[in-house]
Write a protein that binds this ligand. Structure first.
Ligand code: KG4
Ligand code: ZN
Length: 355
């Protein structure tokens, strides 16, 4: 095994939704990323059940910690700082991670850093591609959030340019997947099925684009998203086909829906970079694992002379490494640790990097 790099060993704990993640990082080097998921327990409900998620975190957090330490070949006593997602997320789920992190920080006598889950989705790319280019525009697309951010310093200065007015992009993927009879969470299944479909088969609406980007009252929605109209449009199309006794062409519907989502996401992200005069575009969150989104963003960004950074798919979805990555950056930047009375904030805004 190669020697561990020099620097503080930072432990990261993630429990904001249905993944229990524990990561270990030194600087920008990932030593371990252990994950336990309760996704199978939620599948039959078609969405994450908060109580089920909380109980699963309770059962998984210590075994996952042990696995991370073993993977990294370090002892608990070697940990120099403890980072944990303190928001946003499911209240009961967040509490489990924060309680565990506090106990560890107190027991080990090490500093505690409550961190923002969304900022962690941006920071995780450092583990693969090194320090973040700043300023950058980040397109953050997950099951709970869809935002365009201006990141001047991910440890201290993140601005929201726009966000979704209704459903998150991942939520739209999950709902459309359900409509098509695909398992939960639907994003990866839509991605897979769409490969055999024609993205131009059905022209679904692109919300808040073109003239629709400016509301009647003059409100500028150029950096905002709306996916509920698209979801309804897909539902109507499928309903009509079934009413008329036609077979639903699942691959074509999936591909056409996916194309509508990624067309909007990539166009808005590139436009925001150009308008802000920012050369670097970062992708983060579960939906950035989508193969078509990755390809189209790359293509459009290149044509616009922009540079794109996107983590490997396994680091796009929720994990503990992303929390450790941001914790490690906070430690390196000399930021104040959180008090041991750290609470959870289920609706923590992305502008608050630390809890
Ligand atoms: O970031 P994440 O793991 O959890 C949240 O913070 O929400 O994102 C989960 C979301 C789910 O909606 C899932 O369907 C979506 O990311 N997702 C994908 C893909 N992989 C995960 N959506 C589209 N294509 C994918 N390949
Ligand atoms: Zn997430």
């Amino acid at each position: 095994m190669s020697a561990r790099p020099d620097g503080p060993l930072v432990l990261g704990i993630e429990t904001s939704c249905d993944e229990t993640g524990v990561g270990l990082v030194v600087g920008h080097t990932l030593l371990a990323d252990a994950l336990a998921s309760s996704v199978d327990e939620h599948a039959r409900f078609g969405g994450v059940v908060p109580e089920v998620a909380s109980r699963a975190h309770l059962e998984a957090v210590l075994p996952t910690l042990d696995r991370a330490l073993e993977l990294a070949g370090v002892r608990l006593q070697d940990v120099d700082a403890v980072a944990v997602t303190s928001g946003p997320g499911l209240a009961g789920a967040l509490v489990v991670g924060v309680a565990a992190a506090k106990a560890l920080a107190l027991g080990l006598g090490r500093p505690l850093y409550g961190v923002n889950h969304l900022a962690a989705h941006v920071a995780v790319d450092t583990l693969e591609h090194g320090p973040l280019p700043e300023p950058a525009i980040a397109l953050l697309v997950s099951g709970g959030h869809s935002s365009l951010l201006r990141v001047d310093d991910v440890t201290a200065d993140v601005d929201v340019l726009g966000s979704t007015l209704d459903d998150a992009a991942g939520e739209a993927f999950d709902k459309v997947a359900r409509l098509l009879g695909l398992p939960f969470p639907g994003g990866p299944h839509v991605d897979r099925v769409a490969r055999d479909g024609d993205p131009a088969a059905i022209r679904f609406p692109r919300g808040l684009t073109g003239a629709g980007a400016v509301a009647r009252d003059g409100t500028d929605h150029r950096d905002d998203f709306s996916f509920s109209g698209l979801k309804t449009s897909v539902a109507r199309w499928v309903e009509r086909a079934r009413d008329e006794g036609r077979d639903v062409p699942v691959a074509d519907v999936a591909a056409s829906f996916q194309e509508a989502v990624v067309d909007v996401l990539s166009a808005k992200a590139v436009a925001a970079c150009r308008r802000e005069g920012v050369e670097h575009l970062l992708l983060g969150g579960g939906v950035s694992a989508n193969s078509r989104l990755r390809a189209l963003v790359q293509q459009r960004a290149e044509a616009a002379g922009l540079r794109v950074r996107v983590p490997r798919p396994g680091l796009c979805t929720d994990n503990g490494a992303m929390v450790a990555a941001l914790g490690s950056m906070l430690v390196a930047a000399g930021r104040e640790p959180s008090p041991l009375g750290l609470g959870t904030d289920p609706s923590m805004p992305v502008t608050s990097i630390q809890g």
